[in-house]
Write a protein that binds this ligand. Structure first.
Ligand code: ASP
Length: 420
């Protein structure tokens, strides 16, 4: 969990976000110049999507099990971990609701009528789901009768349920499952690393997908993506302010020192797009500047960086609404309930690395029957939005850690109110 191991990947001195922006720009130009012929560049994006499909099943299984078991260990922190865990889940659920509301109000994907089959031309049937007809159907379909079959056909929700049961059972087994816990954490780390490498191809994928989209849909696609950016930024801003309200209400503290003293941490999150890379800075800052106890900052904060991503939850929810509108599909109440579950799980499972949530986007889209090829469209704006949602993610972790520390009576208020 050290911050130093996440280095910025550069090409010709360009940082990742600059490469993505360049890919976006060149893709738009190629699309405008080549028109329909730009479709030939789509394969660059398709390769990227296929790489994501390749790792999605092992990633979801390993990261969820690793996430659940990371809080099972020590008994001395049981009360704090239960408190922290519940608070993290509650804020994530809340963030999903906020994302859905923003998606419904802003309607970022409305305006174009894109044919779902045409768009997802190369969709592998196994990756699209038929939305459930009723709640009982949905619940019944969550349980796999043959988990290897579910793994092989990429039934992501069944994999999620299996992972949850697997992780919870490991927690109940305590020390007897210690070796398995370590092995799973190691395998999860390998898959996270693979994703970091895959994400390096994003600029090329953005180029291919933007050229194809602009070539076939025209410039409206840019307007639509701009609307998405506005919707995500608005929801993230609200979430950011809500953290202050939570601190005021639940910790009975003035939130101003929290915002002021967390500036360095937030800047770090913004510039690295990685909760993992920001963790060490955050741990130091909340201890020395906000007066949070060592126990909370060394335990709750890493737990949060692992399982709590409110910005990511917002993003997953808005993007799903965006795609439903984009393809002219009406989401039902059941779909929204499913979204509540899958976006929350996605924010638990996503890795705290740049574009960590992209893989979980496939699970969320799949859960309501949308094609995961849509992700290709997002790539151009994903990196910029990643900076913002990572800032929200880490601010949420710090806010919850502060609140729990205060309720445990271990917060040093003198340090908290000291002038920075
Ligand atoms: N980059 C985010 C983080 O590290 C995860 C995401 O892609 O949403 O917190």
């Amino acid at each position: 969990m050290a911050g130093a191991d996440v280095k910025e990947f550069t090409v010709l001195g360009l940082k990742m976000w600059q490469q993505v922006l360049l890919g976006l720009l060149l893709g738009i130009i190629a699309g405008l110049l080549l028109g329909e012929r730009a479709g030939q560049l789509k394969f660059l994006g398709t390769i990227f999507i296929n790489l994501i499909k390749m790792v999605v099943v092992p990633l979801i299984f390993l990261s969820l099990v690793a996430g659940i078991t990371s809080m099972g260990g020590s008994t001395s922190f049981k009360r704090v971990s239960i408190k922290g865990f519940s608070a993290y889940i509650l804020t994530a659920t809340f963030a999903v609701v906020l994302g859905i509301i923003a998606g419904v109000i802003f309607k970022p994907g409305a305006g174009l009528h894109v044919n779902i089959e045409e768009f997802a031309g190369s969709v592998n049937q196994q990756q699209t789901a038929v939305p459930p007809a009723s709640v009982s159907d949905f619940l019944m379909n969550l349980i796999s009768t043959n988990i290897f079959h579910s793994f092989a056909e990429g039934n992501l929700l069944q994999v999620v349920v299996f992972a949850l049961l697997f992780g919870l059972t490991m927690n109940m087994m305590g020390g007897k499952a210690a070796r398995a816990r370590e092995n799973i954490a190691d395998f999860a780390a390998i898959i996270f690393k693979m994703i970091e490498y895959i994400v390096r191809l994003a600029p090329l994928a953005v180029f291919g997908f933007m050229a194809w989209s602009v070539g076939s849909q025209g410039t409206e696609i840019i307007v639509i993506l701009f609307n998405l950016v506005v919707a995500v930024l608005a929801a993230c801003l609200i979430q950011y302010l809500l953290f202050g309200v939570f601190i005021l209400v639940f910790a009975r503290l003035n939130p101003v020192p929290f915002y002021k003293k967390l500036a360095a941490t937030q800047l770090m999150a913004f510039s690295t797009s990685s909760s993992k890379a920001t963790l060490t800075t955050a741990m130091r800052e909340i201890q020395t500047k906000l007066g949070v106890s060592e126990q909370s900052s060394h335990f709750l904060l890493p737990l949060g960086a692992c399982i709590n991503m409110d910005g990511t939850a917002i993003y997953l929810a808005i993007c799903t609404c965006f795609f439903a509108q984009f393809f002219g599909i009406e989401l039902t109440m059941i779909d929204y309930a499913v979204l509540l579950l899958t976006c929350t799980l996605g924010s638990i499972g996503a890795a705290g690395i740049p574009s960590g949530s992209i893989i979980f986007m496939s699970m969320v889209l799949h859960s309501v029957g949308l094609p995961i090829e849509g992700i290709g469209l997002l790539l151009g704006v994903d990196r910029v939005l990643d900076m913002v949602r990572t800032t929200i993610n880490i601010t949420g972790d710090c806010a919850i850690t502060l609140i729990v520390d205060r309720t445990e009576d271990t917060l040093n208020e003198t340090i908290y109110y000291e002038k920075a």
